[in-house]
Write a protein that binds this ligand. Structure first.
Ligand code: UDP
Length: 497
């Protein structure tokens, strides 16, 4: 028998609990959604791990900005079960996720059923809807069933990647997967609706490669299982927009009739904040940052001193890690291209026994002349800077959307998960850049940089401008993402009636 979520049938409430996976890209996107809902006057509780919350409050402006802007927004935290000194990032990320998922169910339930935590002496209404990260799909679906509370899943990946992941069982059943070796890599997958003749085995999540299989194949089965769990949710939220992924979305909606596209969320939030500040004459900045790392702003001063459209920005997101050999190969490619570059090298990014080896003199010299390196950059601002002409990216979905909105073409060097399919779409569907997938070679990179920034620059500019305009149209009043947010809010309100 299900427990009562709203014992005594209290008056209709509009209080959403938002529960992200404790990773930078997920927290970033779900916080943007949380702010959008709070701007629309819903009560919002954002539930984070202690560790992520501490970093957010230390390195972002949220500690002051949220209470000053949204009286109905509160943060709550739960433990990820790890000791304070655990690194939790880079190649230790999976360990952190395993610990978090095994700990958080009990805490989440406790928070949802406890009166004093969420209703704060009855000043706030009870939570009437959970928006859970679809990567932890079963957890929120189970809790929702148990408490009789509606659950909506938010996927922080592209619609195309979600659909490809959802279709994986079909490919295993028909024998098209697994990917046994190099000989399979360029084989196109048949019957992937909405992406016909496009997706090769090498464009699927790297878990599908036998070479990356862990002992129990745990990562792959978790990916398949959690993706299917979204069928149990009442609705699905995707950080994308109709003009970008329309064909795939129409297939997704055959299985998920309530699929709301609200993206690009960062642009959507910025646009709604500036609209709200015009009507209320409030002074809130229209660029918000949700960073978990200390931002080094010296790169903005360096960018100010560079000529327009002259710099390649290089960043591999918050998790990806590389070997020293890969670092040097990329570094040679950057220096040999003779272009200026701004490179984010996180302190935990280079791993392996030789992570701190000597650096060849020509690389140090080349960097002194034309390069700049930081541990973490204000990425949205960097991409919007007039000196930036290209982005070498790991093709994380947030980075891809940020580049799309800024109209910056990309060189994609994907690592894992959704990045493989994003880079395929960037290069072959949207024509916004080139895909260096599965290659790390200084000569290939040098040529790609010159193609992107010199030889094919005009062609890329045409497509990046066009798609950036479509992205902005989607989030302005009357656009698809703008209208979908209003519909979602009505839907959330209807769940409390
Ligand atoms: N990011 C940033 N500064 C950096 C590198 C990354 O602010 O120096 C932000 C970036 O803007 C994006 C997020 O970190 O919002 C990375 O998310 P993404 O989905 O691209 O990749 P992930 O880190 O999840 O692999």
């Amino acid at each position: 028998e299900k427990a009562e979520a709203n014992p005594g049938g209290a008056a209709a409430s509009n209080h959403v609990l938002i529960f992200p996976c404790p990773l930078q890209g997920h927290v970033n996107a779900m916080l943007k959604l949380a702010e959008l809902l709070a701007l629309s006057d819903l009560h919002v509780t954002f539930l984070n791990s202690d560790y992520i919350h501490y970093r957010l409050m230390t390195f972002s402006d949220l500690q002051t900005r949220i209470p000053a802007t949204y009286p109905k927004f509160q943060f709550k935290t739960i433990s990820d079960g790890l000791p304070p000194q655990h690194p939790r990032s880079g190649d230790k990320t999976i360990e952190m996720l395993n610990s978090f998922t095994s700990h958080c169910k009990t805490h989440l339930r406790e928070i949802l059923v406890s009166d004093d935590v969420l209703s704060e002496n009855c000043k706030k209404p009870r939570v009437n809807c959970i928006i859970g990260d679809g990567m932890l799909g079963s957890l929120t679906a189970d809790i929702g069933d148990e408490l009789g509370m509606p659950v909506i899943h938010f996927r922080t990946i592209s619609a195309s990647c979600f659909w490809a992941n959802f279709s994986l069982p079909k490919f295993y059943e028909s024998g098209q997967l697994p990917i046994r070796g190099e000989e399979d890599m360029d084989r196109i997958l048949g019957d992937l609706e909405g992406m016909e003749n496009l997706v090769r085995c090498r464009d699927l999540p790297s878990f599908c490669r036998e070479s990356e299989r862990d002992e129990s194949n745990g990562s792959l089965s978790t990916l398949i299982f959690e993706t299917q769990q979204s069928l149990r949710a009442r609705a699905l939220i995707l950080n994308t927009f109709e003009d970008l992924e329309g064909p795939v979305l129409s297939h997704i909606r055959l299985r998920f009739p309530k699929a709301y596209t609200l993206g690009p969320l960062h642009a959507h939030l910025n646009s709604r904040i500036s609209k709200a500040s015009k009507t209320t004459s409030s002074k809130q900045s229209s660029t918000t940052t949700n960073t978990l790392w200390e931002v080094d702003r010296s790169c903005m001063t360096w960018l100010d001193a560079q000529p327009p459209k002259s710099v390649l920005y290089v960043s591999f997101g918050s998790i990806a890690w590389i070997s020293r050999q890969q670092l040097l190969e990329i570094w040679h490619g950057l220096v040999n291209s003779n272009k200026r570059f701004l490179w984010v090298i996180r302190p935990d990014m280079v791993v392996g026994k030789d992570a701190d080896g000597d650096t060849p003199v020509e690389l140090l010299e080349g960097t002194k002349e034309r390069g700049f390196m930081v541990g973490w950059a204000p990425q949205e601002e960097v991409l919007a800077h007039q000196a930036v002409a290209g982005f070498m990216t790991h093709s994380g979905w947030n980075s891809t959307l940020e580049s799309i909105v800024a109209g910056v073409p990309m060189i994609c060097w994907p690592f894992f998960g959704d990045q493989q399919i994003n880079s395929r779409f960037v290069s072959h569907v949207w024509k916004l850049g080139m895909d260096m997938k599965d290659v790390s070679d200084r000569k290939v990179l040098e040529k790609m940089i010159n193609d992107l920034m010199v030889d094919n620059r005009e062609e890329f500019t045409k497509s990046t401008d066009e798609i950036a305009n479509l992205a902005m149209k989607a989030v302005r009043e009357g656009g698809s993402s703008y209208s979908n947010l209003d519909t979602l809010i009505e839907y959330i309100k209807s769940t409390s009636e």
